[in-house]
Design a protein around this ligand. Structure first.
Ligand SMILES: C[S@@+](CC[C@H](N)C(=O)[O-])C[C@H]1O[C@@H](n2cnc3c(N)ncnc32)[C@H](O)[C@@H]1O
Length: 213
């Protein structure tokens, strides 16, 4: 993967345009989201933030877990994506906001999931967003991330390398395929790396669990 700065993939209006097509590719994310939610292990008494919720794949899966969290806040900066969310259970809500400047008080959440969003951010915005996610987590809180990433070996690595080249050649259209291993950035933002799992069904992806002291 090239080490040059990544300029990001798409503002809210781009995601508004993608919203109707987005759900068609969700089957390629499902296994990774499932892996991430298992790593996060959210409990019924917890407050969870779904950062960059999109059309709500995380919410659909969270709604089916045995101990469904009592309070889930789903945020996104695209009106079009939020308009495609499923009906939310009582106690869950959706908000239009930018991850670079969250409106929530410090320590508002026990757990955060950022599924297929960190890799879209420009290199200069990634630490800003991670600082915000750390700020809104309580001490001892957990963050789980899912990003397309280059697996260390195996056939998934060749496929991920092709997707990465495509993302860099057409960031506006294919930037969602950009590969990112977020572990160094998570550490730099103050998270302790607690676990990492590759998911190679669908998009080759890396799920990372970071915890706060
Ligand atoms: C690839 S989609 C992922 C959606 C969902 N998390 C999933 O796993 O299916 C990325 C989402 O992040 C949102 N997003 C990107 N940058 C954002 C930002 N700075 N603030 C809020 N939302 C953002 C986009 O609008 C889009 O809905």
């Amino acid at each position: 993967m090239s080490r040059s700065a990544w300029h990001g993939a798409g503002g809210p209006e781009d995601w508004d345009r993608h919203a109707s097509l987005y759900s068609r590719q969700l089957w390629l994310e499902r296994a990774s989201v499932r892996t991430a939610l298992a790593l996060l292990g959210a409990r019924g008494d917890e407050r969870v933030l779904d950062a960059g919720t999109g059309t709500g794949e995380v919410l659909r899966q969270l709604g089916r877990v045995h101990a469904r969290p009592r309070a889930v806040t789903a945020v996104d900066f695209s009106v079009g994506m939020l308009a495609s969310l499923p009906p939310l259970p009582c106690g869950w809500c959706a908000q239009l906001c930018d991850l670079r400047a969250l409106p929530h008080a410090s320590g508002s959440f026990d757990a955060v999931i950022a599924s297929y969003v960190l890799h879209l951010l420009a290199s200069c915005d990634l630490p800003v967003v991670l600082d915000e996610l750390r700020r809104v987590l309580r001490p001892g809180g957990r963050l789980v991330t899912v990003t397309p990433a280059l697996p260390p070996r195996g056939p998934g690595r060749a496929l991920a390398a092709v997707l990465e080249r495509a993302a860099r050649s057409a960031p506006a259209r294919l930037g969602g395929l950009h590969a990112l291993d977020p572990r160094a950035a998570l550490s730099a933002a103050g998270f302790t790396l607690a676990a990492a799992r590759w998911s190679l069904r669908g998009y080759p992806s890396l799920c990372v669990l970071g915890t706060l002291r």
